[in-house]
Write a protein that binds this ligand. Structure first.
Ligand code: SF4
Ligand code: SF4
Length: 96
């Protein structure tokens, strides 16, 4: 009879966001983040907090939101210390 061993894990499970971890967004997003250039201090906190990993850092410049993966959750806008991200209705953009 095989001995029963208790496996002891010496690590904590965790996951890291990856770009587009939940897949392409398609057309269902109702809000999109728009960075107001004049307010942005380039602190990159939005990049840090985006759960989709869909904000792209550009050294010394304002970050870019990859809308093909952005889910419109608004976390970036909530975390931005400068209130530089407006969550705008998608319908406003579709009619452009
Ligand atoms: S968190 Fe706000 S201020 Fe900082 S880089 Fe993003 S948009 Fe700019
Ligand atoms: S709205 Fe959500 S998914 Fe889109 S860039 Fe902001 S934090 Fe990321």
């Amino acid at each position: 009879m095989a001995s029963q061993k208790t496996k002891v894990f010496d690590y904590t499970a965790y996951s890291l966001p990856t770009e587009g971890s939940a897949g392409l967004t398609g057309s269902w997003r109702s809000k999109r983040p728009v960075i107001v250039d004049a307010k942005c201090t380039k602190c990159n906190l939005c990049w840090l907090y985006c759960p989709e990993g869909t904000i792209i850092r550009v050294k010394g410049k304002i970050p870019i939101v990859d809308l093909t993966y952005c889910k419109g959750c608004g976390v970036c806008a909530k975390e931005c210390p400068s209130r530089a991200i407006d969550m705008e209705d998608e319908s406003k953009w579709l009619s452009r």
